[in-house]
Design a protein around this ligand. Structure first.
Ligand code: KG4
Ligand code: ZN
Length: 336
């Protein structure tokens, strides 16, 4: 079975072709970063219009790269939510229209399920069951994963997502959008230990997160600290350490509470080098294993949607008709 995947939930246009026997045959990604940079964040209307411009040519290119004719595609998977409504509709409409024309099924995929399954495209791939830490710009969640579609949320952010905190603190430090990677780069020049920020919600039991207080702590420090480049780098370093520490503490707690030994980390913030290195070390100490997507599949991409679509379409012969939705709890999914 060969599936065309389409991702348009935010500011990246992603397209991929996944084949059950041969794996990933092609993938293409276009990031709208430059388009939104001058506004300091994603402008939904501009995002939708750009997906309209880019999507069809990218599908043509991906099919060519995959040496695939439309007649060889068995199903189309598009991101149906959560995300920006207008942006989602572009992918959904084109996905459904192509599926209608090609007389094949189309299936709407949960964006976070795509992220969660992305490490399955790597070798070695994690086996079920595992705990997943999903850390993106819109979500921070710990999920117990028994199988595709069998998800139980163990904890989530009660306010800002981790990526959102990175982006907001980057803005406070005067860094360009998108803030996360820029802040991580600046933090590399920082002197560890000069500043220290709290590890929110780690003192009490539970697996929820809160990152908005951390942003306020940075703001308070910035009001009194000097604004020289080294001080900014030191603050970035302390902020990154606080987020990474907090995420690691909660991951270890989730593994202890569930008894699982495998951890999957996915979503944009899983590209963070410090997080990857420190979690790797901690999991080795604990005798567990941690799995990440390759760097280009940490952030939004079409490959994860094509793969999730394949996993569902091979089991579900006639998927239910599917609209798009801006909000969609992961726990409401069912196994294919
Ligand atoms: O998964 P993603 O591409 O989009 C959403 O579904 O939200 O995640 C984007 C988020 C942004 O907040 C971005 O700043 C953050 O991931 N991010 C990073 C890094 N790379 C991307 N945060 C910290 N360090 C990074 N290296
Ligand atoms: Zn995402």
């Amino acid at each position: 079975m060969r599936v065309l995947g389409i991702e348009t939930s935010c500011d990246e246009t992603g397209v991929a072709v996944f084949d059950g026997d041969h794996g990933l045959l092609a993938h293409a990604l276009y990031s709208q970063t430059a388009l939104h940079a001058e506004y300091g964040g994603v402008v939904p209307e501009l995002a939708s219009r750009d997906h309209v411009r880019k999507l069809l040519p990218m599908i043509h290119a991906a099919l060519t790269e995959a040496h695939t004719q439309p007649g060889q595609i068995d199903g189309i998977a598009y991101t149906a939510g959560p995300g920006l409504m207008g942006a989602l509709l572009v992918g959904a409409c084109l996905g459904k229209a192509l599926a209608y024309a090609w007389k094949i099924p189309a299936i709407g995929i949960h964006h976070m399920e795509g992220h969660l399954l992305a490490p399955m495209l790597e070798t070695p791939a994690p086996t079920f069951p595992f705990v997943a830490l999903l850390v993106s710009g819109g979500h921070t969640q710990l999920v117990e994963v028994q199988a595709v579609g069998r998800y139980r949320t163990l904890g989530e952010s009660v306010d800002d997502a981790a990526g959102e905190a990175f982006d907001k603190v980057a803005k406070l430090l005067g860094l360009p959008y998108p803030g996360g990677p820029a802040l991580a780069k600046l933090a590399e020049q920082g002197v560890p230990g000069r500043f220290r920020f709290p590890r929110p919600m780690t003192e009490r039991p539970g697996l929820d997160f809160s990152f908005s207080g951390l942003k306020t702590a940075v703001l308070t420090t910035l009001k009194t600290a000097a604004r020289d480049p080294q001080t900014k780098a030191d603050i970035a370093c302390a902020f990154e350490e606080a987020v990474v520490d907090t995420l690691i503490i909660k991951c270890v707690r989730a593994l202890q509470e569930t008894g699982h030994r495998r951890l999957v980390v996915a979503g944009g913030v899983s590209a963070n080098r410090k997080l990857r290195e420190q979690l790797q070390q901690r999991m080795m100490q604990l005798g567990g294993q941690v799995f990440y997507p390759r760097l280009e599949f940490c952030t939004d991409n079409g490959a994860m949607i094509a793969y999730a679509g394949y996993m569902r379409l091979r089991a579900e012969h006639v998927p239910a008709p599917m609209a798009v939705t801006a909000r969609w709890p992961l726990d409401s999914l069912t196994a294919p």
